[in-house]
Design a protein around this ligand. Structure first.
Ligand code: FMN
Length: 219
């Protein structure tokens, strides 16, 4: 119930009031993002946390004209790996060894399987895959912010190549895919502050399929 209440409370905030989000709440949101599920568990992305006003102003002037960039408290940049490398696979295996207390030998078959599949793919395909994982993490961030009563705006409306250049992401093996400003709604200036949610009807969004209606179900 609490979750649904908060999901109704949240909205993609168009104007924020500049108020700072307490560090404890930011930490809770980041921890929820860290707990995000990801394909094979490798978390092929990095989230850049930008509180600095000077940098946010630069981003707002040249890369994303949306006001939340400067009106927010913290700007999260979800950047996916531009490729997945053997070093990434090794780091992941090392994390499992350290955090689950298992032997590296026990993970050899897994590493071999995933390695064959992922390392043989073109970089572009791995980036597309990594970006999908980064979007799941973005979703965790959105929901976690709502639970903390912190406003946020998921964003794709920015010049990603320009942001990558400003943050020098290419050299770090990253490409930005989405943004999440965190802050507090500006009740007086946000036209959407009281707007009713628009969502597809339950009957259209969810369709029950069984062996009996396999040939007849419609969407
Ligand atoms: C991936 C993604 C990208 C979005 N990009 C923007 C954006 O650039 N600017 C913006 O104001 N809202 C953006 N939105 C917000 C959506 O318009 C909003 O989530 C949708 O209309 C549903 O409304 P609600 O989130 O307020 O319930 C984006 C949402 C998602 C999920």
């Amino acid at each position: 119930m609490e979750l649904l209440k908060q999901l109704n409370w949240r909205y993609a905030t168009k104007h924020m009031n500049g108020k700072k989000v307490p560090a404890q709440k930011v930490e809770a949101i980041l921890e929820a993002i860290r707990l995000s599920a990801s394909s094979i568990g490798i978390q092929p992305y990095t989230i850049l946390v930008i509180e600095d006003e000077v940098l946010r102003k630069k981003i707002n002037e040249n890369i994303c004209k949306q006001p939340q960039i400067v009106e927010c408290s913290h700007l999260l940049v979800f950047a996916a790996w531009s490729n997945v490398t053997e070093q990434h696979m090794n780091e992941y295996v090392n994390d499992i060894v350290a955090q689950r207390g298992v032997t590296p030998e026990s993970l050899a078959p897994m590493k071999d399987n995933y390695g064959k599949l992922i390392l043989s793919r073109p970089a572009e395909q791995n980036f597309t895959w990594a970006a999908k994982q980064a979007y799941i993490a973005l979703g965790y961030g959105l929901v976690a912010a709502a639970m903390e009563e912190v406003d946020s705006t998921p964003m794709e409306g920015f010049n990603a190549p320009a942001l990558d250049e400003l943050l020098q992401l290419e050299a770090k093996g990253l490409k930005s895919v989405s943004l999440l400003p965190l802050g507090y709604r500006d009740e007086a200036n946000d036209v959407l502050v009281k707007a009713k949610k628009v969502r597809r009807a339950k009957e259209k969004l969810f369709v029950e399929v069984s062996d009996k209606n396999l040939n007849t179900f419609t969407v």
